[in-house]
Design a binder for this molecule. Sequence first.
Ligand SMILES: Cc1cc2nc3c(=O)[nH]c(=O)nc-3n(C[C@H](O)[C@H](O)[C@H](O)COP(=O)(O)O)c2cc1C
Length: 164
Amino acid sequence: MNSIFTRTSIRRYTDQPVSEEQIEKLLRAAMAAPSAGNQQPWEFYAVTDREMIGKLAACSPYSRFLAEAPLVIVPVYRTEGLRFPDYAHIDLSAAVENLLLEADALGLGAVWCGIAPIAERQQAVREALSMPDTLEAFALVGVGVPAETKKQQDRYDPARIHRI
Ligand SMILES: Cc1cc2nc3c(=O)[nH]c(=O)nc-3n(C[C@H](O)[C@H](O)[C@H](O)COP(=O)(O)O)c2cc1C
């Protein structure tokens, strides 16, 4: 898949909205991810409301730029009924990576802003979205039509490979 080698973190977006069809494709890709015991702990808030995006952008010192994003997707995870709750963050990471790759494949730009496992950021997102106690915030993903272009760094490093 080419997007593995073209995706970069895009933090500047045009005013163009992300279409409903694109939002569905992004979330289909996220939900196609593997998860421990196939537990699929995820749910997603897809936020286009400008006031709410402003509140979410303020939930982490490193996500302020999201205030200008046309779409913020908030991957969250269930805290009840999971067979392997210790794997929830790992499952969500796989889902977020799928989402980022799909955004790139659709010609969109996206960035993962860390929320979990920082308790105060998770609490800030919970309050902003009035989330129920049965859900916990994982990340903020800004998405939009890119207003910047970047070439992916080549991070391949043979010194990190142990051949046995
Ligand atoms: C767990 C995680 C948390 C991140 N949090 C932030 C963040 O809060 N703000 C931000 O601008 N980028 C964030 N990033 C994006 C990284 O800065 C970015 O992936 C890294 O610099 C490599 O650049 P690239 O994505 O363009 O390859 C995060 C990425 C990961 C995987």
